[in-house]
Write a protein that binds this ligand. Structure first.
Ligand code: NAD
Length: 496
């Protein structure tokens, strides 16, 4: 018998303590070789004045055990509290959020009896970097960061997961018809990594039709890998159409530390009433047991849990007169599973991971391939309100100031909310006070041909900024325009 594995356990808020206690009782009865180490995080800690919701001893425990088994926590509303989940995921580098969702037909009502989908969501970056600014009176901005290492890690994890768990297909969902640079990178990395896994089908789909199809034909999907925000949305869609938010668990996987939790929240409306379904947390525990090399225990619990569902022992969220046999509370549901340890389901698909399968997934470290980076211009964002609001007024004035600056940079175009308004804009285009003014080397090819970008100096940009400022313009931000190994590292304006 191997040594017990220390795990950090947070019992959470609301229904958290009830479902955690029920789950730990099942784990103990099944002989899980674990040693819980309890920490307090969440509401109690927030209300004691720690706005992060987690204190130093709790961090120390998680970093020591490298495993957090977490019941849901309540994020107090109204205050400026940060989401503790996002803090934990990002601080500990939990790059992949893995959420398997399946139907338990006919025992849990769903329109999609054959669905069995795993969402692998990028978990650290994208719009969740949370870098937001109000830049002008009219305009706010949130930075969407998609990185090569972040994309490589989560996409490779999705393929490794598919291979380990005998899944056939990985679908990448992105919106790179619009976000050609950011989502374009995610898609490009997907294609590169997919080529290393010829045994697994690789598909890509634009996220909008992908979400529609996931909601109406989830059985067509197997593993889905997607950036953070899309993954957040489609994983809730998938959980909802499977029948109950109370059923699914999720793993947050990092290189060092991992966290396991139910997908649902702390359900304050039913807290303390012994009504909650502990299945989501139980399924998270099964992922954790596989992760720590105890798939034998996971198999036993999974089969007993399926048998309990088949036997019609149902908590209120999945109870249906006619289909269910007994309405049970949280602790009775746990008792029913414990009573069935050693039994297997008769109709539902039983645990299918061979205990000899090596389920450890390791992701290689990131190798940075250096590129040659050439500065060819800059986008200067200007806060400007004209009377009249005429793009030709600001356009001709900025052309004059660029000439005055005397450097290599000339005004190429101005966009307003991404649409080209100068030169040759349309009077119908709505204008805000936020103007993106693109300056590139004057040595450009004639209109209609691709721009032949030429290198400029950083001092060309700073001098231009000084001249614009002296000319009465407020430059609220600049973005340098680079070529990487000669390839454009910035998008064109709509209509450019
Ligand atoms: P919720 O998931 O807690 O509840 C939504 C609905 O589903 C409620 O009607 C609830 O009773 C029901 N429900 C949820 N889990 C259930 C279960 N196991 N069994 C039976 N019914 C269940 O979502 P919410 O109400 O939006 O959020 C409540 C709190 O949870 C908020 O403070 C939120 O910030 C927090 N939250 C935490 C996490 C987390 O810790 N990972 C995730 C989501 C929400």
């Amino acid at each position: 018998m191997s040594q017990k594995k220390a795990i950090t356990v947070a019992r959470g808020d609301g229904i958290g303590p009830e479902i955690m206690d029920a789950t730990l009782r099942i784990l103990e009865a099944a002989g899980a070789r674990i040693e819980p180490e309890y920490i307090d995080i969440g509401e109690k800690v927030y209300l004691a004045g720690n706005s992060a919701g987690i204190d130093r001893p709790a961090w120390d425990s998680i970093r020591r055990t490298k495993l957090l088994f977490k019941a849901p926590i309540t994020t107090p509303q109204g205050g400026g509290y940060k989401s503790l989940n996002v803090t934990i995921r990002k601080s500990l580098g939990l790059f992949a959020n893995v959420r398997p969702v399946q139907a338990f037909n006919p025992y849990v009502e769903t329109h999609y009896p054959d669905m069995d989908v795993v969402i692998v969501r990028e978990n650290e970056e994208d719009l969740y970097a949370g870098i937001e600014h109000r830049q002008t009176n009219d305009v706010t901005q949130c930075l969407k960061l998609i990185t090569r290492p972040g994309s490589e890690k989560v996409i490779r994890y999705a393929f490794e997961y598919a291979r380990t768990y005998n899944r056939r297909k990985v679908t990448c969902m992105i919106k790179d018809n619009i976000m050609k640079v950011t989502d374009g990178l995610f898609h490009k990395v997907f294609d590169e990594i997919a080529a290393e896994y010829p045994d697994i089908e690789a598909h890509q789909q634009i996220i909008d039709i992908g979400t529609a199809r996931v909601a109406t034909a989830p059985e067509r999907y197997d593993v889905i890998v997607t950036p953070n925000l899309y993954g957040d949305i489609i994983s809730d869609v998938v959980a909802e159409v499977s029948g109950s938010v109370g059923m699914a668990g999720s793993a947050n996987i990092g290189t060092e530390v991992s966290m396991f939790e139910a997908i649902h929240g702390s359900a304050p409306d039913i807290a303390g009433q012994n009504k909650a379904n502990p299945s989501g947390l139980i399924n998270a525990a099964l992922q954790m047991l596989v992760h720590i090399g105890q798939p034998d225990v996971a198999e036993q619990i999974h089969n007993a849990w399926l048998r309990t569902i088949e036997d019609g022992m149902h908590t209120a969220d999945i109870y249906r007169p006619g289909h269910s046999v007994h309405l049970v509370g949280t602790s009775e549901f746990a008792d029913a599973i414990i009573d069935r340890l050693g039994q297997a389901p008769e109709r539902l698909r039983r645990w299918s991971i061979d205990s000899d399968t090596d389920t450890r997934i390791t992701i290689p470290g990131y190798t940075r391939h250096a590129t040659t980076k050439t500065l060819v211009g800059a986008d200067l964002f200007v806060d400007w309100v004209g009377d009249p609001m005429d793009a030709n007024v600001i356009g001709t004035d900025l052309e004059r100031l660029a000439t005055e600056a005397g450097g290599a940079l000339k005004l190429k175009m101005i966009t307003n909310r991404g649409v080209k308004v100068y030169p040759d804009g349309f009077p119908e285009t709505f204008l805000t006070d936020h103007w993106r003014c693109r300056f590139v080397n004057s040595a450009t090819k004639p209109a209609g041909e691709q721009t032949d970008y030429k290198a400029v100096e950083h001092t060309d940009v700073t001098r231009l900024m000084d001249v614009l400022t002296a000319g009465g313009y407020e430059v609220i931000k600049t973005e340098n325009l680079y070529l990487f190994d000669g390839e454009r590292g910035f998008s064109l304006g709509q209509g450019e």
